[in-house]
Design a protein. Structure first.
Length: 311
């Protein structure tokens, strides 16, 4: 079974505070304050990396001189890297306060999602990250943060990334006494904005902490952008059948149309990357992942995956 075929309800085994399962690896970080006190962790904190890739973020989080760490990082293709056993304190929350407690590192598991974070609009209709990567409009979520009037631009999360993060959180909630899931922006509101409005945090909490409650409830207090994110998440997880594929070639060009006469997009795809098949024309498939374009079907392996959220 590949990481692609593993549904977000895949079985995770937690043994001696290390998680194993399809698409899960362990890269140790030396950055820890030692063991949690008895009864902890009881909280999960969700972050975005604001980095260029899963590998680059894991490199920072495991580098001895970086001063930061987290327990997990989740890639855009659903791969999960664990960096600290979940009985050890990581350095992910920084100065933080929540419900009468300060220093959330002492109480929480940190999960970092590979995501470029907040983007800047360019004059040509594209969007740029702080590290210079350019994104097309299809990769961008427009939203206003709470108490802000100006529209912001945020890197979208991938469907499988959200789903695998949800499965990871469910496993952690079942194994530990996890009672709280928060975004970094909730515990450090004056200095942090992650995971941002592109992440459906409120509904995510409901599904992770109360999996038996599948009823979708719209909160009248939600902003329009929060409702949009939640509604998109609902559409994603309730769709009964999805056509997805993984890249079988070592490298694959992504083109702007169905044929070799069309120009290629700047960044191609690598072996094992996960795609959503949107449309087919002969031997070409229009696919979506971190970009939308056309690829030759000879170099992808297509799979029909049932929605992991349907019983």
């Amino acid at each position: 079974m590949t990481a692609l075929q593993a549904s977000p309800n895949s079985t995770f085994i937690i043994n001696d505070h290390i998680i194993t399962g399809e698409g899960v690896s362990f890269t140790p970080s030396p950055n820890t304050s030692g063991l949690f006190k008895q009864g902890f962790p009881d909280t999960i904190v969700i972050h975005f990396t604001a980095g260029s890739s899963l590998a680059s973020s894991v490199n920072v989080l495991t580098r001895p001189d970086s001063g930061v760490s987290a327990h997990f990082a989740v890639g855009r293709n659903g791969n999960i890297v664990q960096m600290l056993p979940t009985n050890k304190i990581a350095w992910h929350a920084g100065e933080s306060h929540f419900q009468g407690r300060s220093g959330l590192n002492q109480y929480s598991i940190g999960i970092e999602l590979d995501n470029a974070g907040q983007l800047k609009e360019r004059s040509d209709g594209t969007y740029e990250s702080w590290f210079g990567k350019v994104f097309e409009k299809s990769e961008v979520f427009e939203a206003k943060r709470e108490n802000q009037h100006a529209t912001g631009y945020w890197h979208k999360y991938s469907e499988i990334q959200i789903a695998r993060t949800l499965a990871l959180c469910k496993a952690l909630c079942e194994h530990y006494q996890i009672s709280t899931i928060v975004g970094h922006e909730e515990i450090s509101p004056s200095r942090k904005v992650d995971p941002g409005p592109a992440f459906p945090l409120r509904k995510f909490k409901e599904l992770a902490l109360h999996p038996s409650n599948n009823e979708w409830v719209t909160d009248s207090k939600d902003t329009s952008s929060q409702r949009e994110a939640h509604d998109q998440f609902r559409r994603d997880i309730t769709s009964p059948i999805k056509k997805i594929a993984n890249v079988s070639a070592n490298a694959l060009n992504v083109r702007k149309g169905p044929g070799t006469s069309f120009p290629t997009l700047d960044n191609g795809l690598n072996k094992g990357e996960i795609l959503k098949v949107l449309e087919k024309q002969g031997e070409w498939a229009k696919v979506s992942f971190t970009k939308v374009g056309w690829v030759n079907t000879a170099f992808i392996h297509e799979v029909t995956e049932k929605s992991p959220f349907k019983s």
